[in-house]
Design a protein around this ligand. Sequence first.
Ligand code: TRP
Length: 377
Amino acid sequence: MNVTEKTKITPWEVTGKVDYEKIMTKFGTEPIDQKILKQLSDLTSGDIHFMLRRGIFFTHRDLGWLLNRKKAGENFYLYTGRGPSDHTHIGHLVPWVFTKWLQEKFHAKLIFQITDDEKFLFNENLDSETTHSLALDNALDIVALGFDPKLTEIMIDTDRSGLLYPQAVKIAKKITFSTVKATFGFDQSANIGMIFYTSIQAVPAMIESVRNGKNIPCLIPYGIDQDPHFRIARDVLPRLGYLKPASIMSIFIPPLSGVDGKMSSSDPNNAIFVTDSEAVVKRKINKYAFSGGRTSVEEHRKLGGDPDIDVSYQWLKIMFEPDDSKLKKIHDDYRSGALLSGEMKAILIERVNSFLKRHQEARERAKSTLQVFLDDH
Ligand code: TRP
């Protein structure tokens, strides 16, 4: 990666070095600090997900408020989503795994929006049949993770227009063209569907209040790149009489090529897809995972490696090694030089493949239960 590359963060593209402190200041979000962790731990009988302990989910808006209301007996619902531009990759699963934990801990209903309309509008090369069939394909990965079918409703946008559209127009009427241009950086060549789209992504943040005829708090977990959409939603929803959604945001999942930027489907060698075979996973990690190791074994033994820039270590930390003491040993052994780069990769390959084996089986089974998730809840 070119160090002079400029940092760029939009809902559609992330490049360059990311400074998460700066993002919080710029976006005006709060850190996940000891106080919030204590509030969470009080409500989850002391269980704090490792993604919270490790700063994978690092920032929020109004989470303290939402947890206080929960403590006082008021339930909230969860909302997250997926833009179906390709098969699901490992980076997508990180916030979903966390969302599932939230669902279990808080027994919360989840609305999972699949934005096939978005991916159609924003990608020159995708037609609407493709984005719709990718929506169904991606939905299998959501089901395969084991969300509760009674509490989880998957909404594919183009299949749920009857529900979404009447609300989206109310939202759209409160958003000006200049706000959208300034927020997303569109120029004169943007198609008009792109300009309208953010109102569709805002609907699930109020839909349970609409359906129940009373305000129900909403918590949205997402990768920080989605923040511009929800800044707009938080501005508009109160003007329609609804609550501002609370949110909890994660860092980006690094591509195999290095710890900067975000895993994306556009370079298949930089991402591991849930449909990859064991052999492909092994080849991709061995060949492409950026290593923080030294150039020779002798040097590595003497000087040790750098886990902070080692993508295999980072993936273990972000998703594949939940046990803190095991992770610490891997970290310390790598720093000291006792653990070699190839050994680090071997640990990750084993973890990813055993995860994918189970996931791929669950994905097959999901084909027969999918409809339950797609039905109106
Ligand atoms: N725009 C998101 C994407 O491209 C999909 C999405 C819709 C989403 N609603 C969401 C993501 C809510 C997180 C939370 O992936």
